[in-house]
Design a protein around this ligand. Structure first.
Ligand code: ADP
Ligand code: MG
Length: 272
């Protein structure tokens, strides 16, 4: 079953003369186990799309179906219930947003399970089994977020998102705040996740970061999805002028900010 289907999705912010449309008729489907890269410049509506799918911002039009459940028109209480079940999880750009600075890592990890009513001992046992999946050592469980590197923190945030065994994880710029070395570490665990069958929506403003991982790439430009295709198709035969611009600017991105693994992924794709 399709994990996420959005159809003609509209999102507005503000009221009266301040009202602005941030998402315009977006349609997209994500299949089980697929990695979809969602790219676009700052302000193009990427986070808005993610927030709409999580019920954190209301849609003003269109439909959202998550794992067969039509959630369009859900009220706050129904969204909370959906999030508690953990079918869709979210990883923010800044891992400190999902980790309580005053609590040891283990507490942040087990929180989604405790919310589901799972017993503490069982939740901790499960947390231990998830650490190897994000290449982290058990000894980190008792530490505070501040005692971890940015990359380790983001891997904890990924483990926390996985622990409810979701069908879909939305990662909003998960590596943008990390330095090159930590970025590669997180990209590698995201690659590992492909084997688990969990669908990922990987949001980035940087084509280079998603190119090596995504099965398909969707390009957002000023609130509209202007292109969706396999990463290879989008790079080889971009249809929208903005996508062409994005690709032509990739060499600058490569030298300016991309790490070696990203450069290699992009090069492999460009020359495939
Ligand atoms: P991206 O994640 O691609 O950078 P966003 O989805 O955050 O883009 O923003 C899309 C547009 O919506 C931008 O023009 C932004 O200024 C606007 N926007 C985002 N959040 C809000 C908000 N809470 N209130 C009003 N406007 C917003
Ligand atoms: Mg954003």
């Amino acid at each position: 079953m399709t994990v996420l289907q959005i159809t003609d999705l509209d999102v507005h912010y503000g009221l009266g003369r301040r009202r602005r449309q941030a998402l315009k008729g977006a349609s997209l489907a994500v299949e089980p186990g697929e990695v979809l890269g969602l790219i676009g410049e700052t302000g193009s509506g990427k986070s808005t799309l993610a927030r709409a799918v999580l019920g954190l911002v209301p849609a003003s039009g269109g439909r959202i179906v998550i794992d067969g459940e039509d959630v369009s028109g859900y009220r706050a209480r129904q969204w909370r219930s959906l999030r508690r079940r953990g079918v869709v999880q979210y990883v923010f750009q800044d891992p400190l947003r999902s980790l309580d600075p005053d609590l040891p890592i283990v507490e942040s990890l087990i929180e989604p399970l405790l919310i589901q009513g799972i017993a503490r001992e069982e939740a901790i046992a499960k947390a231990r089994t998830f650490l190897p999946k994000v290449r982290l050592d058990e000894e980190l469980l008792d530490r505070l977020p501040a005692q971890l590197s940015g990359g380790q923190r983001q891997r904890v945030a990924v483990a926390r998102a996985l622990i409810t065994e979701p069908k879909l994880v939305i990662l909003d710029e998960p590596v943008s705040a990390l330095d090159a070395a930590n970025r590669v570490g997180v990209l590698e665990i995201l690659k590992d996740l492909r084997a688990t069958g969990i669908a990922l929506v990987f949001i980035s403003h940087d084509l280079g970061s998603v190119a090596g991982i995504a099965d398909r790439v969707a390009v957002l430009y000023q609130g509209e999805l202007v292109e969706v295709g396999t990463a290879r198709e989008v790079v080889a035969t971009p249809r929208h002028p903005y996508t062409r611009l994005l690709i032509s600017s990739a060499p600058t991105l490569r030298t300016a900010s991309a790490g070696r693994a990203e450069r290699e992924a992009l090069r492999a794709l460009l020359h495939a």
